[in-house]
Design a protein around this ligand. Structure first.
Ligand SMILES: [Zn+2]
Ligand SMILES: [Zn+2]
Length: 58
């Protein structure tokens, strides 16, 4: 996992957005839900997924 979390500022140069969780929380049904345990992050402005680059590590 990367160090990015929900609410962190986007690291794309010039982007003013912040990362949000694309997954819906269903903790009211079965906590902790996948959305909270393994959030799917994307920038609110540019849509960047900070975890997309995890493959660069050989
Ligand atoms: Zn949840
Ligand atoms: Zn962004």
């Amino acid at each position: 996992m990367s160090g990015f979390r929900v609410g962190d500022s986007c690291d794309t140069p010039g982007c003013q957005g912040s990362f949000e969780n694309e997954r819906d929380c269903s903790c009211h049904i079965r906590p902790p839900c996948d959305g909270c345990v393994e959030p799917l992050l994307s920038c609110s402005e540019c849509g960047r997924d900070p975890n997309d680059e995890a493959t660069s590590c050989a």
